[in-house]
Design a protein around this ligand. Structure first.
Ligand code: ZN
Length: 318
């Protein structure tokens, strides 16, 4: 099991894009700054999609520019295509994630693109990145979404998934990620998928996973991923966004609960859990009509819980 885990906060992107309310730009900045101050080292701050598609994320360029002023923070964004990547690079993002739905039906319905077209976008984005000065090249991930099953097609044949992972790497991605967009994963499926995809693209090309808690298996799936050696886990503060198909369920895994589990297991996260729990207030105040999820924030920390100790050098390290 990996001794140090990177918790990648995706609430400002995945969470906010799933709700109707628009979080005002100053509140977004306060959220990101406070979470970085609590020791979160990577935050997906937005998505470069047209503002008319996702008005909640229309301020992404401004948010990236702001987040870039926070020392040591990896500023990640989602990009649906080359045009989004151009905007992301111009804004100075450190990491770009291009989603590729392994279900072609889902890909056509959501991105209006075939697999071949998405792979072509990946190739163009990789070429654009290669043109940048060496110190300004963002990390580039191709995310295999609906990889544990699709609401339109059900299970996707494994050879198709592995072929797409290989094509993303051949197109110039630095790594691929697994994304349980639909909340279909279970711990055994996670282990099988990690093993199969790593078998196709190599261990170094798969380090992270994006899980949803739609059916309550989010943290169990995290544990399965950790046992397979993955060390990067996406989560969302307060599980914001919820799940439209499962009322009462958080959308992404709740960051607070994830960090509690990792620290209770003695794994290093670099995060100050008490400070992280405080960040919730910023979001709750700015989005009074949105439910926040999570058990640890309500229950509090167990008596005698020993929080992770923090060397100051760790929080400021890049
Ligand atoms: Zn998601």
């Amino acid at each position: 099991m990996a001794p140090e885990i990177l918790v990648s906060e995706v609430g400002p992107r995945d969470g906010l894009q799933s709700i109707k309310s628009i979080l005002p730009t100053p509140a977004k900045k306060a959220w990101i700054a406070a979470e970085a101050a609590a020791g979160v080292r990577e935050i997906e701050v937005g998505s470069f999609v047209p503002a008319k598609v996702l008005p909640q994320l229309a301020d992404t360029a401004e948010i990236v520019a702001f987040a870039k002023t926070i020392p040591g923070l990896t500023v990640a964004v989602l990009v649906p295509n080359l045009r989004g990547a151009e905007a992301a690079i111009a804004a100075g993002a450190d990491k770009l994630t291009l989603p590729l739905s392994v279900s072609e039906t889902h890909s056509l319905a959501n991105l209006r693109r075939t697999h071949a077209q998405v792979i072509e976008e990946a190739r163009a984005i990789a070429a654009l990145i290669a043109e940048q000065p060496e110190d300004r090249r963002p990390h580039f991930e191709g995310s295999l979404s609906t990889v544990f099953g699709c609401t339109l097609e059900g299970a996707i044949p494994l050879p198709q998934i592995l072929g797409l992972a290989e094509q993303l790497m051949a197109a110039g991605c630095d790594e691929v990620g697994l994304s349980d967009t639909t909340g279909y994963a279970d711990p055994r499926a996670v282990k099988d998928m990690v093993r199969a995809v790593r078998g196709a693209v190599g261990d170094e090309a798969l380090t992270g996973i994006h899980l949803h808690n739609t059916r309550g298996l989010g943290l169990a799936n995290v544990l399965a991923a950790l046992e397979m050696g993955l060390d990067t886990v996406d989560s969302s503060l307060g599980g914001i966004g919820g799940c439209p198909f499962a009322p009462g369920a958080s959308g992404n895994i709740v960051t607070e609960d994830l960090v509690f589990m990792l620290q209770a297991m003695g794994l290093k996260t670099g995060i100050d859990l008490a400070k992280l729990l405080e960040v919730r207030k910023i979001v709750a105040e700015a989005l009074p009509d949105e439910p926040l999820y999570g058990f640890t924030p309500d229950a509090g920390l167990p008596l005698g819980f020993v929080p992770e100790s923090h060397a100051p050098s760790m929080e400021s390290a890049a």
